[in-house]
Design a protein around this ligand. Structure first.
Ligand SMILES: CC(C)(COP(=O)(O)OP(=O)(O)OC[C@H]1O[C@@H](n2cnc3c(N)ncnc32)[C@H](O)[C@@H]1OP(=O)(O)O)[C@@H](O)C(=O)NCCC(=O)NCCS
Length: 152
């Protein structure tokens, strides 16, 4: 991701119904942290392009104070480009990079809200098992689900 990609990534995030404005604000902080110091921020961000336009992005990084555990923080594909394999391609890209960096475990957190059902199925179909549930974490009735995939 470069600075030129940022406006399109932010616009994409704002149009997705899954993300509330405060979540987009946090995503932007993480993006700024990466763009200010790409090799030292602790984040890695890759965009996917369709034609010459940004179609999606993934943000991931090593979980601090762990041996080989990585977090996928954000993954998003624009509404009109979903279902075309872009999310899978971004996921595979990140997994390959994490493997190259000797990562062994990937963690992704999602919400139990009905609006995230498609997202949960996407992760489950790609080998990310649900290994934890923190009840009412985000809000009453909205649990935090922890997905995990072992690379070795
Ligand atoms: C979750 C998300 C990233 C998936 O991205 P995507 O580009 O739609 O994902 P893909 O196209 O790779 O796969 C989606 C489904 O479409 C299918 N698909 C893949 N290529 C396809 C194609 N060319 N034509 C039709 N369907 C296709 C896949 O088989 C997959 O179905 P499956 O999970 O049953 O296997 C995207 O839906 C999204 O941005 N959601 C909103 C934001 C979000 O929830 N982010 C995660 C926060 S934790």
């Amino acid at each position: 991701m470069t600075r030129d990609d940022k406006p399109e990534v932010i616009r994409l995030l704002r149009t997705l119904p899954e993300f509330e404005p405060p979540e987009v604000a946090v995503a932007e902080e993480v993006i700024d942290s990466y763009l200010d110091n790409p090799s030292g921020s602790g984040y890695y961000i890759q965009v996917a392009e369709a034609g010459s336009r940004v179609a999606g992005y993934i943000c991931y990084g090593p979980a601090p104070l762990t041996e080989g555990t990585w977090d996928v923080y954000w993954l998003a594909v624009s509404t009109e480009k979903q279902g075309k394999g872009i999310g899978s391609a971004l996921m595979t890209f990140a997994e390959d990079e994490i493997r190259r960096a000797e990562g062994r475990l990937i963690i992704i957190e999602t919400s139990s809200k009905p609006g995230y059902q498609k997202t949960r199925r996407f992760y489950l179909n790609r080998g990310y098992r649900i290994v934890g549930c923190l009840s009412d974490f985000y809000a009453p009735g909205d649990d935090k689900l922890t997905h995990q995939k072992r690379l070795k």
